[in-house]
Design a binder for this molecule. Structure first.
Ligand SMILES: [Fe+2]
Length: 609
């Protein structure tokens, strides 16, 4: 694997000196940037951040920021600082919230950073404040757990260092007591080289929710010419660094590039985010001790890579560690009063056994179905691990909230499709295409007597899971979670991402009991089925999947978007909001589908958009 020399972005993160031409992209040959002072002032004045910030006063900058060449009283140069990556908040509770920023300077020195939380945009009613030191040890990222706040109310916050002020962020604590409404915006799979973050921009503009929930693939680990990068150069979104990320420096640089995006900055600046990682924050198809996209022979010890990825993640995300001694433990709960308990899960790192692979069951005599069924159904096969499973049981048992919501990565619903179709999905030269399958189904309905033996065999073929990386590959673990929700008689809503497509399903246990519903969000920018199955029109694929998959009620296989989930004591409602493009800056957004589940029903209903 080729590793390029340091880019300007790396330079910021490893050595805080800021070049005169420093920018989030490498300066072109012969190009001269603004003076260092002009550049820092431009950033401090919020010029890279969208107008969505204006709601909380925007940046008020600083008329006299400490500048290059200035000296302190003793002749010591005063660091010239800037908050290039905006601000963020996250993991709100009823009395506290995490605040985040990153501060860059032209000197490799510790930087004092003051922070304030106020009830008003002009910061006349300050309710919490303090100071911390930003150091090289955390890549000059800053995280503060601002406490002493009141439940269910909006706050403004900001940071200051050496006279330079960050933009002003807006956040909100969780409500407590009797709560009538909770509003979540749910995101996953934001791939920088794949497209513009129009989905984030739309959500930031609307800001009609209390908290953003990110279900992972917040960054992608691939090299510049890797997955979903075909349009990256034309879009001006080539990955940094150019190589696949492996080390702490690499992961920091990739996070920084994503956080240089104005639309993502805008979202972070207006709502708190509750996030968990999926696989790509580390590497594709991560499991406990490895990943599909990790080769120990050429890329080293996976444990080291995993630790580096997790360190960078917590440096750059506004997460609150449940246990500071265990940075890989990210599962944690959030209470929206008596209305909703949000349990954020880790189905990737702490307990997942390695994925099964159909290729391991195919021999000269065809697929060894018996062996596959035995392995995929093994009673102790783990997705979350025993400790996390026990914790979830305790959390759900203790919570009296109306809605028990699982914020997690991979699809929980059974997504089994006829084997001939699945074979065709993975290799178009085999199996039966969607078009051919639809023709056979139509023939079976109109003239069954005319079906050929081959067509009959297609119709009688077993249905098998399409994605063994999802809960379908961990069937006992799924049954355990569904069983605990049913035994506790909870209203279960599962949120999922990972697939880059939108899904709504009923969740039933193996006995067929209705246990809850799953609302799965599309991606922010990663491509979906429209790219993998380019020969099948989405308007043909979606209804066929709904027809073939028993518990699937809705899907969209071609549009990028996010989900708005609104809970009340009576119902939980999901809206799928889509943008019409991620390859142009100008876009329109629309609600593509609405689904609801009534408390006590354990099933979903589709409604008109
Ligand atoms: Fe993804």
């Amino acid at each position: 694997m080729t590793h390029d020399k340091k880019t300007p972005l790396t330079h910021w993160l490893t050595s805080p000196g800021l070049d005169a031409g420093g920018d989030l992209r490498a300066p072109r040959a012969g190009e001269h940037g603004p003076s260092r002072r002009q550049f820092v002032r431009a950033l401090v004045l919020g010029m890279t951040v969208s107008g969505a910030l204006a709601a909380c006063g925007g940046s008020d900058g600083d008329d006299e920021p400490a500048g290059g060449g200035d000296t302190g009283g003793g002749g010591t140069p005063v660091p010239e600082v800037a908050f290039h990556f905006g601000v963020a908040s996250g993991d709100p509770l009823a009395d506290r919230v995490m605040l985040w920023t990153q501060v860059s300077s032209d000197q490799d020195v510790d930087l004092p950073v003051g922070w304030q939380v106020a009830e008003d945009e002009s910061f006349t009613r300050i309710v919490s404040e303090g100071s911390v030191i930003a150091t090289a040890a955390s890549g000059y990222t800053v995280k503060v757990d601002a406490q002493g706040l009141s439940a269910g109310r909006d706050y403004c916050y900001r940071f200051t260092s050496h006279g330079v002020q960050s933009i002003v962020g807006r956040t909100r604590t969780l409500p407590a007591g009797s709560v009538q409404q909770a509003r979540l915006a749910v995101f996953s799979c934001s791939n920088y080289p794949a497209g513009y973050f129009n989905v984030y921009a739309e959500a930031a503009r609307r800001r009609d929710f209390d908290v953003a929930v990110h279900l992972g693939d917040y960054i992608y680990e691939y090299s510049r010419d890797g997955y979903a990068s075909g349009e990256a150069e034309a879009l001006g979104r080539l990955s940094l660094p150019a190589h696949e990320i492996l080390t702490l420096v690499d992961y920091r640089e990739r996070h920084a590039q994503y956080r240089s995006d104005a639309d993502l900055q805008a979202l972070h600046a207006v709502v708190p985010m509750i996030a968990v990682w999926d696989d790509h924050e580390i590497s594709n198809d991560t499991w406990m001790a490895g990943a599909e996209n990790h080769d120990t022979a050429t890329e080293g010890d996976f444990a080291l890579r995993r630790a580096a990825a997790i360190q960078a993640y917590h440096e750059w995300m506004p997460t609150r560690l449940p246990d500071a001694a265990q940075p890989d433990r990210i599962y944690r709960s959030f209470a929206f009063g008596d209305l909703l308990a949000l349990h954020m899960l880790d189905t990737r790192v702490v307990g997942r056994e390695q994925q099964l692979d159909y290729a391991d069951y195919i021999g000269a005599g065809g697929i060894d179905a018996q062996a596959f069924v035995a392995d995929v159904g093994r009673a102790d096969r783990q997705l979350m691990g025993t400790a996390q499973t026990r914790w979830l049981q305790q959390q759900m048992t203790a919570s009296t909230a109306t809605w028990q919501v699982l914020g997690q990565q991979v699809l929980m619903a059974r997504m089994q499709v006829p084997a001939p179709l699945l074979m065709n999905f993975t290799d178009p030269t085999t199996g039966v295409s969607v078009t051919a399958y639809a023709a056979i189904v139509a023939k079976a309905q109109s003239n069954p007597g005319a079906l050929t033996p081959a067509e009959l065999a297609v119709l009688q073929a077993p249905s098998i899971p399409y994605n063994l990386d999802a809960w379908d590959g961990y069937q006992a673990a799924r049954e355990t979670v569904l069983g605990m929700a049913r035994a506790l008689d909870k209203n279960l809503v599962v949120l999922a991402g990972d697939t880059h497509n939108a899904w709504a399903s009923d969740l039933r246990d193996l006995a067929g009991n209705a246990v809850g519903v799953e609302f799965a969000t599309s991606s922010v920018s990663s491509p979906g089925f429209e790219q993998y199955l380019a020969s099948v029109p989405p308007q043909q694929l979606a209804p066929m999947l709904v027809q073939l998959i028993e518990t699937l009620r809705y899907c969209d296989t071609s549009r990028r978007g996010y989900m708005r989930v609104v809970a009340s004591p009576e119902q939980c409602r999901a809206e799928w909001i889509y943008v019409d493009t991620v390859t142009r800056r100008t876009f329109t957004a629309s609600v593509g589908q609405v689904a609801t589940t009534q408390a006590g029903s354990h099933v979903l209903s589709l409604a008109a958009a």
